[in-house]
Structure formats: structure tokens, C-alpha cells
Design a protein around this ligand. Structure first.
Ligand SMILES: [Zn+2]
Ligand SMILES: [Zn+2]
Length: 268
């Protein structure tokens, strides 16, 4: 039997060296990660999506004082748009009523009144980072409903190109990307565009809102594989925006359209 201690020792030595190097690499990498996280924290600290104070650490997404402020939509909910219903025996809300919708049904996470200032900052004051908090809560609470929709693509409600240029991001697209991370459903920003600059709907009555949104969207790519589409928007009110986008998608060949909204409310 040939014993070659020298060789074994050398091999062992190499293995030990390799594992030491790996350990060093790992330590170096985690030190680097911590370092870059600390730099991010310093230069780009994360803010509470409600009161906007700087949060302690990147894993905290909302401050303690504000954690109960965003209110989830309570049951009973409209079977069509998920808006809270005043009476238990109601099935559909007044906006959905007896009319036929262009979409199947949809879900929303928060009561708009509880998050309207936050959504205003998210959309108009450059707080794109709030998408991280909102995305995590949408994944936490809406995932079973989103899975039931069986969507082939998530389509964020597009902004008009001039608005996208001035804002720098589409808040609905940021939310769609957060949802896609958990569901694997691809985000498609290339099939629907906003062709009309629509006025803010806040102070309009129902009829004016409907007319305001008519022909606001255009389907630029008719992908026949996309049979079921999930529209993503930040706020759902009467549903005219979703209706108009869903109609255009159906004209282009989609069979079913669902929607997900961050917040829902009436009389906005
Ligand atoms: Zn706060
Ligand atoms: Zn409804």
C-alpha cells in the first residue's frame, strides 16, 4: 500500500485554502452588501409612505406610528369592483349596479380616504419608492385573488407620453412590477398606450367622467397569446378608466380582463 502523506496533506491544504478563500469572499461580499446598504441608507433613506419620516433601515417599510393608518377594504364588498358595501344584503355597489362591465371583476387593497395623501406623493411628488411598501402589501393580501384571475399579462394603465416624461415614472407600472415578482406574470407596457390627455376626474360628475375616458387608450400590439389580461392601476373610483382600457383590450382580441388597484373609493 502506497502512502503518500505529502500528496494528501497538499490536497487537504488546497481544500482548506479554497474554503478559507470562499469564506473570505463571502465575508467580503456580505461586508460589501452591508456597506452599499449603509451608503444607500445614507444617500437614499427610505421614507414612511404615510408621514414621510426617514425609516430606520431598509427592511422597515412603514413607521410604527403609521402602520394602522392605511385601511384595508372591509367586507362586505362589491362582487364586481370590491368596493366596500354599506349593507350586508347588497351584492354590487352603485357604480357597478345592474350594468354590464367590460371587465370581469377586480380587487383593491386600501380604502382611498386612508391613503390619499400618500398616493398623491407617490404619483405627483416623486415618491416612487412607496411602490416597495405598497407592492409588499398587495402581495401579502391580494395574491390569492390575483392567482384566481389566471392572467397572461399584467398591463399597467398607461400615462400619456407627455405626463410620463414630466413625471419620470408610471406609478401603476411600478406596482405591476412588484406584483410580477411574486406571481411570475409578465408586465407588458408595450401593448396599450394613452392617446388622449385626459383631464383630472376629481371634480367631474359621472357622465362627464365617462366621456372624459372614452377612447383614451389604444392597443398598439395585438398579441393573440394574451387571452386574459390583468389591468393594474393606483386608484379605482367609478371604474371608467378600467372600463375604457378593458374595452380597447377586448376590441384587440383579449377575452377576459380583470383589474387590481391599490386603493378604491367613491366621491373622490
Ligand atoms: Zn409614518
Ligand atoms: Zn362595484
Amino acid at each position: 500500500m502506497k502512502i503518500n502523506f505529502g500528496k494528501n496533506v497538499a490536497t487537504e491544504d488546497k481544500t482548506v485554502k479554497r474554503s478559507c478563500t470562499k469564506e473570505k469572499e463571502y465575508k467580503l461580499r456580505s461586508a460589501k452588501d452591508k456597506y452599499s446598504e449603509a451608503i444607500k441608507d445614507f444617500f437614499f433613506p427610505r421614507h414612511c409612505p404615510v408621514c414621510d419620516t426617514v425609516l430606520a433601515g431598509r427592511e422597515v417599510l412603514i413607521c410604527k406610528d403609521c402602520s394602522d393608518i392605511p385601511r384595508l377594504v372591509k367586507a362586505p364588498r362589491c362582487v364586481c369592483c370590491s368596493k366596500h358595501l354599506e349593507q350586508q344584503e347588497q351584492v354590487r355597489c352603485r357604480d357597478c349596479g345592474g350594468k354590464r362591465r367590460n371587465f370581469e371583476w377586480g380587487v383593491a387593497l386600501y380604502e382611498y380616504a386612508s391613503v390619499h395623501d400618500s398616493i398623491h406623493a407617490f404619483k405627483n411628488l416623486g415618491r416612487a419608492e412607496y411602490a416597495t411598501f405598497y407592492g409588499s402589501r398587495m402581495r401579502q393580501f391580494l395574491l390569492p385573488a390575483i392567482k384566481r384571475m389566471g392572467g397572461d399579462a399584467l398591463v399597467p394603465i398607461p400615462l400619456h407620453s407627455s405626463k410620463l416624461r414630466s413625471r419620470g415614472y408610471n406609478q401603476a407600472a411600478l406596482l405591476a412590477k412588484e406584483i410580477s415578482r411574486a406571481t411570475g406574470i409578465p408586465v407588458r407596457e408595450d401593448i396599450l398606450i394613452r392617446v388622449r390627455k385626459t383631464a383630472s376626474q376629481k371634480k367631474m360628475d359621472h357622465i362627464t367622467r365617462q366621456n372624459n375616458m372614452k377612447k383614451a387608450f389604444h392597443m398598439v400590439k395585438n398579441d393573440v397569446k394574451l387571452k386574459t389580461i390583468i389591468l393594474v392601476d393606483d386608484v379605482f373610483t367609478t371604474g371608467n378608466t378600467i372600463e375604457s382600457a378593458a374595452l380597447e383590450l377586448k376590441r384587440g382580441g383579449a377575452e377576459k380582463v380583470f383589474f387590481i388597484a391599490l386603493a378604491i373609493g367613491k366621491g373622490l
